[in-house]
Design a protein around this ligand. Structure first.
Ligand SMILES: NC(=O)c1ccc[n+]([C@@H]2O[C@H](COP(=O)([O-])OP(=O)(O)OC[C@H]3O[C@@H](n4cnc5c(N)ncnc54)[C@H](OP(=O)(O)O)[C@@H]3O)[C@@H](O)[C@H]2O)c1
Length: 267
């Protein structure tokens, strides 16, 4: 199977590396379309795979095409490749907010998968929600799931609108985590730790807490109870979080992200 990634940015190169590392595709069958010749030339010195700047030299050859440009660049890309595609080709779009129907009508193609990955895909620790049009067969779907699994875990959703919800939770989610971490690092520095000590304390606290959560069948609320003893330090902090409605703010933030994802999808 020949795979073509359209857009050699953060995500495009992440997919290229994950697919090559997992040997789902050989370097000869891994193609990447860049915006210009200089970039294609430069990347081919560093990465495995074949790099192109001319769509007509790679699009017709591909069995599976991964659309990894920014949503605002999609119209231009569609214009460039529309005449070069064929109905048997399979498309995976990871572009936030771009509906499958928009991809299908822009490319005159029926076999569309829409996926929402997240940044930890870079280290194979991502999570991807995905869905597909009816024209995608079960066998193709299994193959696509194997391919997406090279970047972490996956969940299939029946309704396309749930991809906007996934964008608000797991797509944007790493930034929420970094936001919380950043505030804790600032608090630690204010208490007298050096920046590197503060970063170690905070990052290891996040890693350890999440690893523990993943190892046992306990809810977050139950884990909180295990840390917070009555009248203790944790309870003092949690009371401030409750008083300032932090819990509600986080939910409101995620809902704002969902609203924005829906707006972007409406063009
Ligand atoms: N980053 C995330 O965490 C994340 C998470 C989920 C989904 N996504 C989705 O993934 C997609 C890519 O995001 P990203 O962060 O990888 O963006 P990015 O780093 O900006 O990469 C996009 C790449 O596409 C290239 N490009 C644009 N138009 C092109 C064209 N016509 N032909 C060939 N290449 C073209 C750009 O080239 P130039 O460098 O020359 O502009 C750039 O290298 C977006 O649609 C985004 O919504 C991203």
């Amino acid at each position: 199977m020949k795979i073509l990634i359209l857009g050699a940015g953060n995500m495009g190169l992440t997919y290229a590396q994950c697919l090559l590392r997992s040997r789902i595709v050989t370097p000869e069958n891994m193609m990447v379309l860049c915006r210009n010749f200089e970039k294609a030339n430069q990347l081919s010195q560093t990465y495995d795979g074949r790099f192109f700047s001319n769509p007509s030299l790679c699009v017709p050859e591909a069995d599976l095409l991964i659309l990894a440009v920014k949503p605002q660049d999609s119209t231009r890309l569609f214009e460039q490749i529309r005449e070069l595609t064929s109905p048997d080709q399979l498309f995976i779009s990871i572009m936030a907010g771009v509906k499958m129907q928009a991809v299908a009508s822009a490319l005159g193609s029926e076999k569309i998968i829409r996926a929402m990955p997240n940044l930890p895909a870079q280290i194979g620790a991502g999570v991807t929600a995905f869905t597909s049009t009816d024209a995608v067969t079960r066998i193709e779907l299994v193959m696509v799931q194997n391919l997406l699994n090279t970047t972490g875990k996956t969940i299939y959703v029946e309704q396309e609108q749930m991809l906007d919800a996934a964008t608000a939770i797991s797509g944007s989610g790493p930034a929420y985590v970094y936001y919380f971490m950043n505030a804790m690092i600032e608090a630690a520095v204010n208490m007298g730790f050096s920046a590197s000590e503060a970063e170690l304390l905070v990052s290891q606290t996040f890693t350890g807490a999440v690893d523990l959560y993943n190892k046992a069948d306990l809810s977050c609320e139950n884990w909180i109870k295990k840390v917070a003893s009555k009248g203790g330090t944790t309870e003092a902090a949690l009371r401030v979080f409750e008083d300032t409605a932090l819990h509600e703010d986080i939910i409101a933030g995620a809902n704002a992200a969902l609203k924005r994802a829906t707006e972007l999808g409406q063009g």
